[in-house]
Design a protein around this ligand. Structure first.
Ligand code: PHE
Length: 357
């Protein structure tokens, strides 16, 4: 009996955790435990033997159970102490200066553009990036034989052989959102539509995915003069300067008539881009008066309504404003680049407080 007692109390004292303790309990006083089996042998003893062994075994069992309970409480206390020690936090320490993540320049510039156009009375509209070719082309006066389709370097969605439904494409521009907005809201309308667009092209100034913002304003008496004023106001606000020089160049788009491409005066010195001075021009957008056929596709009567539209490269104007020389870096996900060019999360663009604090 003394050997049993010494054995189990010793094991209990040395148990490292609750699992070890439970194993000892099962081995000693569990259903088939050593002490329990001994108690079962009491029946085979003589009454005299039983009178001595019975109480002694009961006392041993109680002692082992009590030791286990005490050890269990001790282990729980130790575990709690360990947690308190490792999870301790000094809440009086100053906070970190800047959170680890930053806002990507494209997101920041999209917000800046939205804030400026919101101030000019434009709301924001969105459309799908996987678009059907009616919205991306036909409704914009680009029928299937039109050369502009070939020039767009279009990504076509996969179709199983024998599937003769009209193709879906990754939208090649944000112009299909013009059609969707007209069909949804009718005229008059004033919207911008920022988003991703896709073309199979890759070099220092082209990536297969890039960003545009579409503008559309339709009313009874809107003219090219309104387009010019809106774009000048936008460019001044965006670059946060009193004067930026724009150049309107006659151009051609199937969905506008007349059409103009707009360039911004800039200079390139040692790979650094500067806006508003110099002898270079950087094309930032295409624009024009919405073609009557496009109004019709949008369910709007061209005899009654007219308006302007433009499509601007968000990545382009982000490069210009923040002096980013290579377009491809936007999409490399290089942490050092993101920390350098990214914006603090709380510095949201706001016309009253300043766009790019
Ligand atoms: N969708 C044209 C492009 O991607 C831009 C544009 C939009 C031109 C609206 C005129 C009017 O190049």
């Amino acid at each position: 009996m003394d050997d049993l007692k010494a054995k189990y109390l010793g094991q209990i004292a040395n148990a490292a955790d609750e699992a070890a303790l439970e194993a000892i309990r099962v081995a000693a006083v569990g259903k088939k435990g050593e002490i329990s089996l001994k108690m079962r042998e009491l029946g085979k003893m003589t009454p005299e033997e039983r009178q001595v062994a019975g109480p002694a075994l009961n006392a041993l069992k109680d002692e082992v159970n009590a030791a286990i309970a005490a050890k269990k409480a001790g282990l729980a206390d130790a575990a709690l102490d360990e947690r308190l020690r490792t999870e301790w936090l000094d809440v009086t320490l100053p906070s970190r200066g800047r959170p680890a993540g930053t806002i990507h320049p494209i997101s920041q510039v999209t917000q800046e553009v939205s804030a400026i156009f919101a101030d000019l009375g434009f709301s924001v509209a969105e459309g799908p990036q996987v678009e059907d070719d009616w919205h991306n082309f036909d409704a914009l006066n680009i029928p299937s034989h039109h050369p502009a389709r070939g020039e767009m370097d279009t990504f076509y969605m996969h179709r199983e052989a024998g599937d003769n439904r009209p193709p879906h494409v990754l939208r090649t521009h944000t112009s299909p959102v013009q059609i969707r907005s007209m069909l949804e809201h009718g005229a008059p309308i004033r919207v911008i539509c920022p988003g991703r667009v896709y073309r199979a092209d890759y070099d220092q100034t082209h990536t297969p995915m890039f960003h545009q913002v579409e503008g559309l304003a339709i009313d009874k008496d809107i003219s090219m003069a309104n387009l010019k004023w809106v774009l000048e106001e936008f460019v001044k606000s965006f670059f946060e300067v009193d004067g930026v020089e724009l150049r309107f160049r006659a151009s051609h788009f199937p969905f506008t008539e007349p059409s103009a491409e707009v360039d911004i005066r800039c200079s390139w010195e040692n790979g650094q881009l500067k806006v508003g001075e110099g002898d270079d021009w950087l094309e930032i957008l295409g624009s024009g008066m919405v073609h009557p056929k496009v109004l019709e596709a949008g369910g709007i009567d061209p005899a009654e309504w007219q308006g302007f539209a433009f499509g601007m490269g968000i990545d382009r104007i982000a490069m210009l404003k923040y002096g980013i020389p290579d377009l491809r870096a936007f999409f490399d996900s290089d942490l050092r680049w993101l920390r350098h060019y990214g914006f603090a999360a709380l510095d949201q663009p706001d016309l009253a407080a300043g766009l790019s604090r």
